[in-house]
Design a protein around this ligand. Structure first.
Ligand code: NAG
Ligand code: NAG
Ligand code: NAG
Length: 383
């Protein structure tokens, strides 16, 4: 699973980081450490930039205003073990100065640019978390409030609850019909049709033994009521969270907005969307969640070392006895045996269910496989 490449690319990355740090950021931080802590003035936050240093001088003033260390007003804080805070952004942000410049160019206290697509690309490339901005985000001119619960769970929200700029479709009807009307691939192409496939996902219990586990079949592995809180990674339109909510289980759904307003839609349904990519450390404490689910997302498109870190992160946030439902993981032929089975087995989960099936939607000649697995973090000695 760890190829010889990973060592090389790691040292290359460290080297690059070193270059970056020593050439730019150190200069930047040193030159701005001497800023008075009382200098708040949103219209006047230009940091002194070393103009001899081209990369630094290309960084937008608002980015510098956000990221430079901030002195704590009451001095050293023993919780922080410091007298200053460095507001976080993804370390690769500065590798994309052009996008960063566009993203951070706005009038403080004005309107943010309507730039969801740019922001998402920047984030997906690794500038995650994105820097905070001091402007008002694009919003629908005439927002329509959501349906009340439980009607909201299975109703298509108003088109006026979404800013459509970033998407090919400009209304929900278009998203519902795109499975039929639109050629080409789109992530979760048929998901917005709540009357279609979403209606029956994870409900069928007549599929026992197959790769489509039912929610109740999974829950019955544990004592009734002990699966209460969890996470769905890359959860589409959050039908999983809605189904769990109907069982009084609280699920947070991570999603990007890949050519569709996934986050807005999830929120309109009345469950919680979380806008983080699969690269980001899960924002939960160790040993806390009862269940982590992920369907169709964790697959062979993810660089193997990144997947290895991700699997350990899932293990970390699950409580002992917590369940990891890896739903329709896909890969090709011998990859399963050569790469992914050893990788999954190496993390330390107990196998509760493990079912492999053929993935035929793109044709049998591609020899694609699905794995659905139910894994449990050991209740004792999980450390
Ligand atoms: C910031 O913008 C808001 C709303 O647009 C406005 O009411 C307020 O006066 C502005 N504040 C400053 C300091 O300009
Ligand atoms: C689980 O507990 C709930 C609430 O106490 C109850 O309504 C439900 O029937 C129980 N389910 C099973 C499978 O025992
Ligand atoms: C969910 O919780 C509510 C309120 O506590 C309760 O009335 C209801 O029976 C529960 N539903 C299930 C499926 O456990």
């Amino acid at each position: 699973m760890d190829s010889p490449h990973s060592t090389r690319s790691l040292s290359a990355t460290s080297f690059y980081l070193f270059i970056l740090l020593s050439s730019n950021l150190i200069t930047l931080f040193i030159s701005t450490t001497f800023y008075s802590s009382c200098s708040f003035n949103p219209t006047q936050t230009r940091a002194t930039i070393n103009t001899a240093d081209t990369t630094t001088s290309e960084l937008p003033p608002e980015f510098i205003a956000f990221t430079t260390p901030k002195e704590l007003p009451f001095g050293i804080n023993s919780n922080f073990d410091s007298n200053e805070i460095y507001p976080p952004v993804g370390s690769p942000c500065t590798l994309f100065p052009d996008e960063l410049n566009r993203y951070m160019s706005y009038e403080v206290n004005g309107s943010c640019p309507d730039d969801e697509l740019l922001a998402q690309k920047l984030l997906l490339k690794g500038c995650e978390p994105l820097p905070r901005r001091r402007c008002h985000p694009a919003a629908p001119p005439e927002y329509v409030e959501p349906y009340p619960i439980p009607e909201s769970f299975w109703s298509t929200p108003s088109d006026s609850s979404v800013v459509w700029t970033a998407y090919t479709c400009k209304n929900y009807l278009c998203l519902i019909n795109r499975k039929r009307d639109q050629r080409g691939f789109d992530d979760c192409k048929d998901c917005f049709d709540l009357g279609g496939r979403e209606k029956t996902r994870w409900t069928e219990s007549n599929n026992r033994g197959g790769i489509d586990f039912g929610i109740d079949e999974v829950l019955e592995v544990k004592k009734n009521g002990t699966i209460r809180i969890g996470l769905d990674i890359g959860g589409g339109v959050a039908t999983f969270a809605v189904r769990m909510r109907e069982r009084n289980i609280t699920i947070i759904t991570t999603s990007m907005n890949l050519n569709g307003p996934f986050n807005s839609f999830i929120a309109s349904r009345g469950v919680i969307p979380m806008y983080i990519s699969i690269s980001q450390r899960l924002p939960f404490f160790d040993n806390t969640l009862d269940i982590v689910h992920s369907m169709h997302v964790l697959s062979n498109w993810i660089p193997t070392t990144l997947l290895h870190f991700l699997l350990f992160d899932i293990y970390r946030v699950l409580r002992p006895g917590g369940l990891f439902w890896l739903d329709h993981f896909f890969c090709v032929g011998e990859q399963l045996e050569d790469v992914y089975t050893p990788l999954l087995e190496s993390i330390g989960f107990n196998k509760v269910k493990w079912v492999v099936g053929k993935k035929l939607d793109r044709g049998p000649e591609l020899r694609e496989l699905y794995l659905s697995a139910l894994l449990e973090k050991p209740l004792t000695n999980s450390w």
